[in-house]
Write a protein that binds this ligand. Structure first.
Ligand code: COA
Ligand code: ZN
Length: 437
């Protein structure tokens, strides 16, 4: 069957002028809608602005920034702009130390989210004939249901395999004729390693042709390795749950930057210190304003992700601008195995144990069995030399850490004075030995 190269030709290929006219209309509507939340009414009053001040796209800079802390402080529903009875889904970040962040969706929001993901999957070549397998975590992880509904919207046979159980993933890939897999990049490498162990040749024994990789920073070399190993084309995916999840930006078949859907978002790149815009092409923090959301629109949300706008037009015919691959964060968030973790979450758990001192070191490494986090922490005094007691303590700390950060760290309890962490404020607490950028 011959298909259009676009899932939504009108919205994907509209000219810049048409796109910007649509953006302004949607921005003005969004700003008026935001006045349903006391949170925004107060912010607007502080700045002395009203929705009528938004007369051009540049006026977006008059609007207040929003941050993760705003979401936390107004947990759980303080930023809702519709009554809760109109909401049909909630996603939340992990962790219990402090408030997690909550994102609400109406049914229309979910439909538009599915449309955005479908557009991305279609863009990289997904068609109703394909079999799509999703190895992201389901539950609260937005990449689970996000890709699920997007792939279904394309009309693909969709396999919600979820995270882990690599042998079963490989069996599904073989038996169901999976052609497209979504995986966190480090897990894509893991799937290949296990295939090798099992004597499975992806080119000979599977019909894999496309990998969607995201939710974790990775280098161009890592992408190429995944492509060569698995015999696929691998496309970079970007999304954050505050914006909805996957579907925010995605590479097209040119594999040169990620088109960010500007009919959903207004894009700014700012200097994270001065908060002023940086010129196109320069690295800065990505700031997004949602212009196609009902339940919880976010104005000028500081994503903390560092990237830049790639200048020039893309050969694929889409005029939505392209982001360079992500270059890191403007805060200390760690992304490991596709899970977002703040060092403070780990510190707060460690501080609960009187057996431990305050000195700890988090090391991130890529090993054959996948990405690993090791936490070394000093005991407060020569706590005990009873091996069984130490093991029990280790088990209990590990359990509480896993509850908090969702992944299982390797824990090493060491004697006081053994870790080379200084008391200075800037003591290095995280050593990232992975080659990410
Ligand atoms: N995606 C899918 N599976 C993963 C994974 C990832 N990012 N990282 C590890 N795994 C697999 C492991 O290979 C292992 O498989 P096995 O059953 O074949 O041994 C299994 O999951 C458990 O991994 P392990 O590293 O021992 O567990 P953990 O306690 O550290 O927890 C996960 C890891 C898998 C639960 C957690 O990393 C996860 O859910 N990741 C997915 C995150 C995600 O979907 N993010 C999208 C962001 S919206
Ligand atoms: Zn393109």
């Amino acid at each position: 069957m011959s298909y259009s190269p676009y899932f939504n030709p009108e919205l994907e290929t509209m000219s810049r002028a048409e796109l910007e006219a649509l953006q302004l209309e949607r921005l003005q509507k969004t700003v008026r809608h935001c006045m349903n939340a006391e949170f925004y009414r107060e912010k607007f009053a502080e700045l002395g602005i009203t929705p009528d001040d938004i007369q051009s796209l540049d006026d977006v800079r008059k609007l207040p920034f929003t941050t993760k802390d705003d979401l936390r402080e107004h947990y759980p529903f303080g930023l809702a702009c519709v009554p809760l009875r109109d909401c049909t889904r909630l996603h939340s970040s992990s962790g219990t130390t402090g408030n997690p962040t909550v994102v609400l969706h109406t049914q229309r929001d979910l439909d538009e989210w599915a449309n955005a993901v479908a557009r991305c999957l279609w863009m990289v070549g997904g068609r109703p004939e394909d079999v799509f397998q999703n190895s992201a975590g389901y539950g609260m992880f937005t990449a689970g249901l996000g890709f699920q509904y997007g792939a279904e919207r394309v009309g693909m046979l969709t396999v919600p395999a979820a995270a882990g159980n690599t042998l079963r993933q490989i069996k599904f890939i073989k038996d169901f004729g999976t052609t497209i897999v979504h995986a966190i990049p480090s897990y894509a490498s893991r799937i290949y390693e296990v295939m090798k162990e099992q004597g499975v040749d992806p080119r000979r024994d599977t019909q894999l042709r496309i990998l969607c990789i995201g939710a974790e920073p990775h280098s161009e070399e890592q992408r190429q390795r995944i492509e060569q190993n698995l015999g696929v084309k691998a496309y970079n995916s970007y999304g954050i749950s505050e914006m909805m999840g996957p579907g925010v930006a995605f590479e097209c078949q040119e594999q040169n930057g990620l088109h960010i859907w500007e009919d959903y978002f207004i894009v700014e790149i700012i200097d994270p210190v001065t908060l002023e815009p940086v010129p196109d092409g320069q690295l800065g923090e990505l700031v997004l304003t949602t212009i196609n959301r009902e339940a919880m629109p976010l104005l000028r949300y500081r994503t903390r992700d560092l990237t830049r706008i790639l200048p020039g037009e893309c050969a694929c015919g889409r005029h939505h601008r392209r982001l360079a691959r992500l270059q890191g964060r403007s805060d200390d968030m760690i992304i490991l195995k596709g899970v977002n973790i703040f060092p403070i979450q780990i510190e707060k758990i460690l501080l609960k144990f009187k057996e431990l001192s305050t000195d700890y070191l988090i090391t991130l490494e890529t090993k054959e069995e996948g990405d690993v986090m090791t936490i070394e922490v000093e005991l407060s005094q020569l706590f005990t030399d009873d091996y069984a007691q130490l093991k029990n303590l280790e088990r209990e700390i590990t359990r509480q850490l896993k509850d908090e950060i969702l992944i299982t760290p390797r824990l090493r309890l060491v004697n006081k004075g053994t870790l080379a962490v200084s008391d200075e404020k800037k003591a290095v607490r995280v050593k990232d030995l992975r080659k990410l950028f």
